[in-house]
Each structure stands twice: as C-alpha cells, then as structure tokens.
Ligand binder design. Structure first.
Ligand code: FAD
Length: 404
C-alpha cells in the first residue's frame, strides 16, 4: 500500500485517479499534471472544439471542485526522474513525491517533421489544447493549408478546415489514406468524400521541404518536383510514446514502456498505462501499443482494480472512432492481419461496414455511419464470438440473433 503517484493527467491518468476512489482506495493520490489546464479530453481538439464549439471548460473531464471533493491532489508539475530504490519521484520544481505504487501515464508527443524550414511559425501540430486553441484562432476563409499526413488527425483537421472555408491540400506518402489503420474499402470511401468536399489529396508523395519568406510559410516542395502554395502547414505524422522517464529509471522499454498482462513494468511497484504502454495481450497474443481513449481508460480501470485488491489480466477489446466532416467512422477489434473483408450495407448510400476475417474468424469491424454494426461488434467480440462471412454479407441476417 502507500500513496499512488500518477505521472500524467490525460485520459489514462485521470481515469485511474477517479476509478481508485470509486473502488474505495483511501490513501493519498497525487496526479501530476504538466499542461497548465485542468485535465481535459483530446478527441474534440481536432473535431468540435477546432470548429469553434464551446470554450476550454467544455473539454474538462471535471471541474476543479471534483479533485477537492475526491481528495485527489492535482499537482501542477512535471516529473523529471524516478528513484526506484527510495520510491520517490523528483519534480521539476525541485520537490519530490513518495510513492507506494507509481503509475506512468505519460502518453505520447507529436513526431516532429525533420525537413528544411520545419521550425517556421506557421508549421503547426495538433495534440494539446494549446495547439488546438491556436489553430482555432488562426484559421479562416481563403487561407491555404497543407496538411502533411492523411491519418485520423490530419483528415479530421482537413475536413474541419475545409468547412471553415480554407483551401486544403493533403500530402500522404502511402498509396491510400489512413493506410496503416483501416481497410482499403474504408480508405476509398473517405478519400472520395474528402475529394468531393473540395480537399485535394496527393498520395504516394512526400514533402521534401517547406518554403518560407522570412518567418512566413509560402508553400511546400514535393518529392515529385511539384510545389504547392500554403500559408499554414499542419503536420499529422504520428506520435512517439513518452518513454524517457522509464528508460532513465532502468525500466524495460521497446516501442513503448514494456508491461505484462497486468500492466506492470519490470518493477513490481510501477505500472504503465495508456498511449505510452506496450502491453502483453493474451487476447491477441504478442504486444500492443494502442492510441485510443478506450485503451487509456480500460487500462486505468484494470490497474485501479488491481491496486484495490482484485488483480485480473487486462483483456480490453479495442475500439475507436473518428469524425470526418459529416461521416462517422467506428472501429472495433484489431483489423490487422486480416485475409478477407466482407462489406455489409450500402457504400453508395454512405452507410456500410467492413467485416474483417482472419482464417474464417471475425477479428474486427470498421463501420461508416452504421452505429448498430459497431455496437454489435463490441458485444460479439467482447464475448469472443464470431459470425460467418456469408452471414455478415447477407443483409437479411439478423445480427441480434448472433448475440443470443
Ligand atoms: P495523453 O492524453 O497524451 O496524456 C498524457 C499526459 O501526461 C499529458 O498531459 C502529458 O503532458 C503528461 N506528461 C508526460 N510526461 C510527463 C511528466 N514527465 N510529468 C508530468 N506529466 C507528464 N482517441 C479516440 O479513441 N478517438 C478519437 O476520436 C481520438 N481523437 C483524437 C484527436 C486528437 C487531436 C488527439 C491528439 C488524440 C485523439 N485520440 C482519439 C487519441 C487519444 O486522445 C489518446 O489515445 C489518449 O489521449 C491517450 O491518453 P493518455 O492518458 O495515455 O495520454
């Protein structure tokens, strides 16, 4: 026992503090927060918030009073090192915190662009409230933006920017959008929707340099020799997990902070959760590092349960969503390594799902504007169930029957 110190007050850290109290944990909880805002939600930063809906308060998980009422010490500081022998975390302010158990919920940070002129003022990223706020204040009709990277965040930003009247070009090295995350069926649908909205998507090319005039961005050069004019560049080329604190403390680190199926690091007094954690998954076999709200919050719940006396291996079912313009994409399961995709619904009507199979077993479902299929998938896959590809393709097959 003893106090729990949580490094990072994002989705994972906040959920852990709250779940510990819900489970009756009565000792000290220190939640380290280095962002200068009350803990907040990230998904709206590239969606409603960026569009201009609501003020910063609308993003906060809870008002300040909640932390007082729950006796959670929200410490505005940054952890700089961990002394595992003394069980102490040293903070940037020079003070330190003692822990009985330490939880690393340090998340991830933007992968930075490493090309000429990438440090100009109008080269922006989108991970934090401050970054979203400055983009929200900055973007307006008639401006030209080049978005580097056609992943979820790049495309969500592009769709919002277009609605706000900007000229938008998206540059992506892969041959299709969201290539690492979704099936070709879903990529094709979103590519055509964004193109119809007036976004120009350039695939199979790379930005080789940014052109500037003094501190101002004027455009980009592409690997195929073309130039595109721009006033603003938004970079969405992925993130890097924040593993340095763990590595410097001698914990095992690979493509994330290595944890076992209980989310424990190589030190039994230290756990790691959320975007920073590379966890052993009995469900999927092998190690996974996921970046989603579901992953962060389910990890947190698992650790809260263990720290209050009921240790169970983590068995969360991954799910995710992305809102792009008027379309909602929802995913459940792990759609990697599939060998067959069956489409259910109507692509032309913009409401369909891609059911992904591996050796005849359903491994994941990607749905566009078909929330029912997504919810079905969450229930079926959580129970390790499956339906055949023929049933998935048959519009008259009642999915609910497979759940009984
Ligand atoms: P984070 O939210 O990154 O929080 C980690 C916190 O730790 C940060 O505040 C960081 O500053 C802090 N920290 C790091 N090091 C230290 C230190 N040494 N001392 C103190 N504090 C430290 N997911 C979805 O499922 N659906 C979506 O639609 C979706 N949209 C997204 C849109 C955007 C723009 C972004 C950026 C992400 C989106 N995500 C979405 C992903 C989701 O937000 C992340 O997976 C989630 O935030 C991970 O939570 P986390 O707590 O692990 O990490």
């Amino acid at each position: 026992a003893g106090p729990v110190v949580i490094i990072g007050a994002g989705h994972a850290g906040f959920q852990l503090a709250m779940s510990l109290r819900q489970h009756g944990f009565s000792e000290r909880i220190a939640l380290l927060n280095d962002e200068g805002h009350l803990p907040y939600q990230r998904p709206p930063l590239s969606k409603a918030y960026l569009k201009g809906t609501g003020g910063p308060d609308s993003l906060m998980f809870r008002p300040e009073k909640f932390y007082h009422d729950q006796n959670i010490d929200l410490v505005s500081d940054r952890a700089v090192s961990i002394d595992r022998a003394a069980r102490k975390v040293r903070l940037a302010s020079g003070t330190s915190l003692d822990y009985g158990h330490l939880v690393l919920a340090t998340g991830a940070r933007n992968r930075l662009l490493d090309i000429p002129n990438a440090n100009l003022d109008s080269v922006r990223y989108l991970r934090t409230l401050d970054e979203s706020q400055s983009l929200r204040d900055y973007i307006g009709p008639g401006q030209r933006v080049v978005v580097i990277g056609a992943g979820f965040i790049g495309l969500e930003f592009a769709a919002t920017a277009r609605v706000k009247g900007l000229e938008v070009d998206v540059i992506e090295l892969a041959p299709r959008v969201m290539a690492r995350a979704v099936t070709a069926e879903i990529s094709e649908y979103f590519q055509s929707r964004h193109t119809s909205a007036g976004i120009r998507i350039h695939l199979g090319v790379q930005v080789t340099s940014i052109e500037g005039d003094g501190s101002k961005v004027t455009g980009v050069s592409l690997s195929d020799g073309r130039h595109i004019k721009a006033d603003l560049i938004v970079v969405g080329v992925g993130v890097l997990p924040n593993v340095e604190l763990a590595a410097e403390a001698g914990l095992k680190v690979a493509a994330g902070i290595v944890v076992d199926e209980h989310l424990l690091t190589s030190d039994p007094n230290i756990s790691a959760i959320g975007d920073c954690a590379l966890y052993a998954s009995p469900r999927f076999g092998g190690s996974l590092r996921l970046e989603s709200v579901q992953n962060a919050t389910d990890h947190a719940r698992c650790v809260a349960t263990r720290l209050t006396g009921d240790a169970k291996p983590y068995d969360g079912l991954p799910w995710f969503w992305s809102d792009q313009g008027p379309d909602k994409l929802q995913m459940v399961g792990l759609t990697t390594g599939y060998d067959r995709v069956v489409v259910r619904g109507d692509r032309a009507q913009g409401a369909f799902s891609a059911f992904c199979y591996k050796s005849g077993q359903l491994v994941g479902i990607e749905s566009v504007n078909r929330a029912g299929d997504h919810m079905f998938g969450r229930r079926l896959l959580a129970a390790h169930g499956s339906i055949t590809p023929e049933q998935a393709a048959d519009a008259s097959f009642d999915l609910k029957r497979a759940l009984t």
